[in-house]
Design a protein. Structure first.
Lengths: 286, 265, 218
């Protein structure tokens, strides 16, 4: 198992608070897999992301017990900028991710590469490629301040993707977007999955997590209450009592089972529901 | 290929001057303006030299190819300058009255300080308008970086300029939107205050709390990394900088000398 | 127990957070100024940003925010160039007062406001009189001019009009800044150089019970 991120008995409190935001969490993230993080508001999902990326405790201060290891090294041991190349981070608010010093999108996306001293020819090539992939190439000459939220979020993603990190931490990227914006963002995430990046995605839209994730982490009150294969976790009806939302297909599947329909598994995605219900109907005919 | 798009091939040679050269022109022009303002002409010792000196600005702007834009920007300044002139001339009493129409009296000292002040304001504003209208933000950014300034200082300066640009463009839109929503933009003081202040605190608060994420975003994009940074945009000297520098310095020296001579005489 | 006297240095004052607050402070000053002139208020409202940035990050950051404001707005209205020192002084005064914890109780506020207003008048009046002859083209100028036309001595006219309005302006700006700071959550305040002073006592007491192995770094 190629572990790329590891939490060992991590407890973390923000400064001036007496209740820890994360309590005694331990888990391991494997390279190349897609992890969905779900849980109600205040459960600690954003704190989790901040810990992985090392923003906590270095920027947020506060108290950290236990260890957060990235590729075997504690996050606090990395120099400035080192973690940026390994772990890309996308925030919720698209507006906060604009650099504020560039007046065209092309330069905006190139900003990170310029800071890292990448040769100019390569910058041009990479930025062009990434902008085409994230569907913002046609906006190349626009001022970043003049874009819609959805467009700005794609720019934020592009600006991070262009740095070619292997790991991506994405914190509720679509919460401030409309359905069309959400769809476009998820197309990009799909593409990242196809490139076998390690992805940690926090999302409330459980149905989308069900589509893309390999494994799911469920947080409640700062504790990790479930960590495992997507299928197992998202079809576990007991989670509903823990304030967690489950995919619509799972809830439907459960209700069908309770009504007597012989489903062999509770589906979590539409495609799966198709199969499972199909099989159940075959049984009915046999 | 995209880089060539970025590279500003300015057809106008004056507009294409390197920013530090333009800045030198601005500074020297202002110095000359202040010197010329101290020369009194005629009985009332009016700073009349400021008036022809001011003509340099629109001439420069037209020569730089930004005539119409300059006109738009300068209107506000002209208004303020006119206001200063009128208020000073009409309302600051002194013994000598230069002209009288009914009860409107134009006082000499007021007229003198009014002319001096209003044209000084126009001169200095004008030359700055010229510089900022012929120079893009990214040119200023590169020029600052090239001069060895700390990248954080450059960042503060450019992000402030950018933000003011955006705010300036949007403020009219915002005002119109508010007006359309029925928010009182005219009316007495209390009404305006009631409309304006409650929305200000959350706005500022939002801006401050968003700043945290901004810091992290910059860090994620390698802002803090200590290495040689590369630049997509290349700023080149147009080649005429030396000529312009020489002319500007020569003119300034001439003005200084003239001023000193007049002072001695 | 009084916390240890904090050691300040220019380098720590200008943390990334402070650097990013500066454009916001300038923007707030700019918008305030615009609004004041559109609404034809006899005030400037262009120091709100300077004040809150000085309160949060100290005198040098406040001074830079103030100076930058007048430099940038001066491009459109060069009258503002002349008043750069005024905005800088507001930043310095408020910042040093903040470091000396002069905003913690209500009577300290009042003293601070008076000091700030005095500093502003002392720095602005000479500029208004000596450079501009009392009339700067702002909303107050008409009133000043009327006072002078009525025969008042130029210094009296300026201090009486601009002075009064400056005090009013600073009080309002200061109140707005205090309101903003009161609403900032403690965990954000901690990141600012002078932020700790504005955190309410009960939470600070709880912080004393934190476990011994604190990993604190900037």
């Amino acid at each position: 198992m190629d572990t790329v991120i590891e939490f060992k008995n991590v407890t973390y409190s923000y400064p001036l608070t007496d209740v820890p935001a994360i309590k005694d969490m331990s888990f391991a993230i494997e390279r190349g897999k897609f992890y969905g993080v779900i849980g109600e508001n205040g459960a600690g999902k954003t704190t989790l992301c901040a810990l992985i990326r090392g923003f906590a405790p270095s920027f947020y201060q506060g108290t950290l017990q236990g260890q957060v290891l990235v590729e075997g090294k504690p996050t606090t041991d990395f120099g400035p900028g080192e973690l940026s190349l390994k772990i890309g981070y996308v925030f919720q608010n698209p507006f906060n991710q604009i650099s504020g010093v560039k007046d065209t999108l092309f330069e905006e996306v190139a900003f990170g590469l310029e800071n890292f001293g990448v040769p100019v020819d390569e910058i041009e090539r990479r930025v062009t490629e990434v902008m085409k992939l994230t569907d913002i190439w046609q906006l190349a000459e626009k001022n970043p301040f003049e874009l819609s939220g959805g467009q700005q979020q794609r720019v934020a993603l592009a600006s991070i993707i262009v740095l070619k990190p292997d790991i991506l931490v994405i914190d509720e990227p679509t919460s401030q977007l409309d359905p069309e914006g959400t769809e476009k963002v998820f197309k990009i995430i799909e593409m990242l999955k196809a490139e076998k990046k390690t992805i940690i995605l926090v999302e409330h839209k459980v149905d989308l997590i069900a589509e893309y994730a390999d494994e799911v982490m469920v947080l409640r009150n700062g504790k990790l209450i479930r960590f495992g294969d997507k299928q197992e976790v998202l079809s576990d009806m007991s989670l509903l009592d823990e304030g967690v939302q489950l995919p619509q297909m799972a809830i439907l599947g459960n209700k069908l089972r309770q009504a007597g329909v012989p489903l062999d598994t509770i589906p979590v995605t539409e495609a799966q529901a198709d199969e499972v219900i199909g099989r159940a109907m075959q049984k009915g005919r046999a | 290929m995209w880089r060539e798009k970025l590279e500003l091939h300015k057809s106008n040679r004056i507009a294409a001057l390197y920013p530090s050269c333009k800045f030198l022109v601005v500074v020297l022009y202002s110095v000359c303006s202040l010197l010329l303002g101290s020369i009194g002409v005629g009985e009332g010792q009016y700073s009349l030299y400021l008036i022809p000196w001011f003509l340099v600005v629109p001439a420069l702007c037209v020569a730089s190819g930004i005539g119409p834009r300059f006109w738009k920007a300068i209107q506000k300044v002209i208004f303020i300058a006119a206001l200063i002139l009128v208020v000073q001339a009409l309302l600051i009493p002194s013994e000598k009255i230069v002209w009288q129409l009914g009860f409107l009296k134009v006082y000499e000292s007021g007229l003198r300080s009014g002319i001096n002040l209003s044209f000084s304001v126009m001169n200095i504003a004008g030359i700055f308008v010229w510089m900022f209208q012929t120079t893009e933000n990214r040119e200023i950014a590169r020029a600052l970086e090239n001069s060895g300034m700390n990248y954080k200082v450059t960042y503060v300066f450019i992000s402030t300029l950018q933000m003011i640009d955006v705010l300036g463009k949007n403020s009219r839109t915002i005002m119109n939107a508010q007006r359309a929503r029925g928010v009182e933009t005219e009316g007495n003081l209390i009404v305006c205050a009631k409309a304006f202040f409650p929305s200000l605190v959350p706005l500022i608060l939002g801006a401050i709390t968003n700043t945290e994420e901004r810091v992290l975003t910059l860090e994620s994009k390698g802002f803090d990394v200590q290495c040689e940074k590369t630049h997509l945009f290349n700023l080149e000297r147009s080649g005429h900088e030396k000529v312009v520098d020489v002319i500007a310095i020569a003119v300034t020296v001439a003005v200084v000398v003239w001023r000193v001579v007049l002072w001695i005489l | 127990m009084q916390p240890e006297k904090k050691k300040y240095s220019i380098k720590t004052d200008f943390s990334m957070l402070a650097i990013l607050i500066i454009p916001i402070a300038v923007a707030v000053n700019f918008v305030g100024g615009q609004l004041a002139s559109i609404l034809k208020l006899p005030m400037y409202l262009d120091t709100i940003g300077t004040i809150f940035s000085a309160m949060l990050c100290g005198p040098w950051v406040g001074a830079v925010a103030g100076a930058l404001t007048n430099i940038v707005t001066g491009i459109a209205n060069p009258v503002n160039f002349a008043f750069i020192p005024v905005n800088i002084i507001v930043g310095l005064v408020v910042g040093f007062l903040a470091r000396a914890n002069m905003f913690s109780t209500w009577w300290k506020w009042i003293i601070s406001m008076i000091l700030m207003a005095l500093a502003s008048i002392i720095s602005a009046a000479p500029i208004a009189v000596l450079v501009f002859g009392g009339v700067t083209g702002s909303g107050t100028s008409i009133i000043t001019a009327a006072a002078m036309a009525a025969g008042a001595n130029i210094w009296a006219a300026v201090i009486g009009t601009e002075g009064v309005f400056t005090v009013l302006d600073r009080i309002i700006s200061f109140v707005i800044s205090m309101l903003v700071i009161k609403v900032i959550p403690p965990r954000t305040l901690v990141k600012f150089g002078c932020g700790e002073m504005y955190i309410k006592k009960p939470v600070a007491a709880a912080a004393q019970e934190e476990p011994a192995d604190t990993t604190e770094s900037k």
